[in-house]
Design a binder for this molecule. Structure first.
Ligand SMILES: [Ca+2]
Length: 233
């Protein structure tokens, strides 16, 4: 049965989990922001939309964040299904999330139409969203790629994001010291301060054909780390 990784705050599926055993582990250890939908219903990709009103319309403001899956090494295929609870009839039994943090809101037929965060738990930490200007062309498989020739480069962009609202944080005080790490290739910098909540580095490819996680993290632990996978092809 397919397992879908769902952003509970945005009410949007962002990936299909491709390793059933890992998916079961994730279900047993759901995080503060994400859940798993385990359903026989086949979900079709639906492009992200900018939210135009309050829940349950949902939507993702600035693209899906695969950091938590990358950091945990969870096998997945990017799949964005916006408005998943609006568009599909999903039962509470199919939605795995932390019942101490989230309440499933059902309609008269018993289908989940909304997810609300319980207010007596602390909000999710602010986090680092990592994106790139590399495009997913060669091969087109969900991972942005650059040639594995040891000289090609791409930009790695790091944005501080409000964990509760998903909005970019761009104030002068959003100047956290962050560190960046990759398992392959070279980074133009491995430590820097955010400027108005933003930083970027250049990643130069290796000559091995690999997919490497690029992580951005806050050594103080105040921010949740972010990551992206870059393919050298
Ligand atoms: Ca690719």
């Amino acid at each position: 049965m397919p397992n879908y990784y769902v952003d509970l705050l945005q009410k949007c599926v962002i990936a299909e989990l491709t390793d059933p055993a890992q998916a079961q582990d994730l279900i047993a250890n759901v995080g503060p922001r994400y859940g798993v939908i385990e359903t026989a219903t086949v979900l079709a990709a639906k492009a992200v939309t900018t939210p135009t009103g309050p829940a349950p319309a949902g939507g993702v403001e600035a693209g899906a964040d695969y950091g938590p899956l990358v950091v945990q090494g969870i096998a997945h295929t990017p799949l964005v299904v916006a408005d998943v609870f609006t568009d599909y009839d999903i039962t509470p039994a199919e939605v795995h999330c932390d019942p101490g943090r989230y309440e499933l809101v059902t309609d008269a037929s018993g289908f989940v139409r909304d997810v609300t965060r319980l207010s007596n738990v602390p909000p999710p930490k602010d986090f680092l969203r990592v994106t790139t200007d590399a495009t997913d062309d060669n091969p087109p498989d969900g991972y942005p790629d650059i040639p594995a020739n040891g000289v090609s480069t791409c930009r790695i962009m790091i944005q501080k994001v409000n964990g509760r609202t998903g909005a970019n944080m761009t104030a002068p005080e959003d100047n956290n010291l962050i560190q960046i790490a990759t398992q392959a290739g070279k980074l133009s910098a491995v430590q820097m301060n955010l400027v108005n909540g933003y930083a970027e580095v250049v990643l130069t490819s290796a000559t091995d054909t690999v997919i490497t996680p690029v992580r951005a993290f806050d050594p103080s632990g105040a921010l949740e780390e972010g990551a992206i996978q870059i393919q050298f092809a």
